[in-house]
Ligand binder design. Structure first.
Ligand code: B4P
Length: 192
């Protein structure tokens, strides 16, 4: 099993790169953003609860997201590995993930952290907002709140994995293919 966290601020390209990485390495993609948006589309109680936070650029409560990931891990036995995209986003989520994996004798092999300037993040998200229909992309104030949430609550997750030397910083600006090349180089050297 090879378990990877793709980490970075909103708009850093996690979703974009995840699509390419799962195709190359046959990993199971677990994106909490996608899972939450799917619950919203289906208008489930979980989705309706999550929407209240997401529309304002705030993180969804830990217990909701951890429960969702726990179910997804159970629903996918025997995969080559997991690519966690947008999760964990708080220290509590990181501890929960480590515990859930440990129950299966698994661990995180590497965290690849995309490094992108704030100016570029805002530019990308505003541009996506023109066509995505995502309520959290079409308002610059909400985008700034998401970035603040990242600095306050999510960046400590990298410190958590730095303790076990699992964090690799990767430049997240340039063409999608160049960034993909940098990510695959890091993965290939660790999969051997
Ligand atoms: P996510 O769905 O995780 O979304 P994201 O952070 O906005 O996007 P990502 O980094 O994947 O950006 P993308 O590749 O699409 O989260 C949304 C919300 O869900 C959160 O705010 C929160 O409320 C909630 N949530 C999710 N997980 C949670 C958790 N664990 N706990 C609590 N709450 C949670 O790229 C963005 C844009 O940039 C795209 O338009 C793309 O085309 C463009 N782009 C990508 N790479 C580029 C490049 N190299 N050059 C130029 N543009 C590029």
């Amino acid at each position: 099993m090879f378990n990877l966290i793709l980490f970075g601020p909103p708009g850093s390209g996690k979703g974009t790169q995840s699509e390419k990485l799962i195709a190359k390495y046959n990993l199971k993609h677990l994106s909490t953003g996608d899972l939450l948006r799917s619950e919203i589309t289906k208008k489930t109680p979980l989705g309706l609860e999550a929407k209240k936070f997401m529309d304002h650029g705030q993180l969804v409560p830990d217990e909701v997201v951890i429960g969702m990931i726990s179910s997804a891990l159970e629903a996918n036995p025997g995969v080559v590995g997991f690519l966690f995209d947008g999760f964990p986003r708080t220290s509590k989520q990181a501890e929960a993930l480590d515990n859930l994996l440990a129950l299966k004798n698994l661990t995180i092999n590497v965290m690849l952290a995309l490094d992108v300037t704030e100016q570029e993040l805002v530019k990308r998200l505003v541009k996506r907002g023109e066509t995505s229909g995502r309520p959290d992309d079409n308002n610059e104030q909400v985008i700034r709140t998401r970035i603040q949430e990242y600095h306050k609550k999510t960046s400590p997750v990298a410190d958590h994995y730095k303790k076990s030397n699992k964090v690799i910083l990767v430049k997240g600006e340039g063409t999608v293919d160049d960034i993909f090349g940098s990510l695959t180089k890091e993965i290939d050297s660790r999969m051997k």
